[in-house]
Design a protein around this ligand. Structure first.
Ligand code: AMP
Length: 218
């Protein structure tokens, strides 16, 4: 399956993507994770992306689209992938369409994770992420680790993403509404969108998502 995951920052895209990708045996491709890996490795691409990310703005398409395309063309993605955080505007969605058409492929579904705005801000402000694996996500009050600052799953150091501060979150939400939300209509016109609520326990959301995806497969 080829799936796009959309939803505001804090909807739990990364967490859900990790579970869904495992259930569906397809790679989880997160452009945010690819940028963060480039930043920690000090690459040219990472240097280009950093200031935009720190401000909560989108990294320009000419950097992002090439990076996403390279990743989707790797061997593990030939039979499908789950895109998390890409596309994030209509021109990226168009670039993805033309890339898939060129390879005689198509998307199977766009899974839209819905969550109320006040919940988003609460989720992000307390979010702590493991340096070893971005799928290991904690929250200072909703899902506190056993030892403060230490990942329960692997012992890695937990940190707050520099773009998870309140001001940056507000900008990321604005960017989401103005630039990313229009892709939902773009994909609705192709009949691809399935919307689920992202509220509740992680496992319940995963179950809901799997149910919605199975249905959308027919
Ligand atoms: P995420 O981990 O998906 O929340 O992404 C973190 C940040 O990386 C975003 O706020 C953007 O600055 C940047 N980013 C990730 N994916 C994209 C994309 N498809 N287009 C532009 N910028 C992106």
């Amino acid at each position: 399956m080829r799936i796009v995951l959309v939803g505001p920052p804090g909807a739990g895209k990364g967490t859900q993507a990790a579970f869904l990708a495992k259930n569906l045996s397809i790679p989880h491709i997160s452009t945010g994770d690819l940028f963060r890996a480039n930043i920690s490795q000090g690459t040219e691409l990472g240097k280009k992306a950093k200031a935009y990310m720190d401000a909560g703005d989108l990294v320009p398409d000419e950097v992002t689209i090439g990076m996403a395309k390279d990743r989707m063309e790797q061997a593990d993605a030939v039979n499908g992938f789950l895109l998390d955080g890409f596309p994030r505007n209509v021109s990226q969605a168009e670039a993805l369409d033309s890339m898939l058409q060129g390879a005689d492929m198509k998307l199977d579904a766009v899974l839209d994770l819905e969550v109320p705005e006040d919940e988003v801000v609460k989720r992000i402000a307390g979010r702590r992420i493991c340096r070893n694996d971005s799928a290991h996500v904690f929250h200072v009050s909703y899902k506190a680790p056993k030892t403060e600052g230490v990942c329960d799953a692997c012992g890695g150091e937990l940190y707050q993403r520099p773009d998870d501060t309140e001001d940056t979150v507000r900008n990321r939400l604005d960017v989401y509404h103005t630039q990313t939300e229009p892709i939902i209509d773009y994909y609705k016109a192709q009949g691809l969108v399935v919307t689920i609520s992202a509220l509740g326990e992680v496992q319940d959301v995963t179950r809901r998502a799997m149910g919605a995806l199975n249905k959308s497969e027919g």
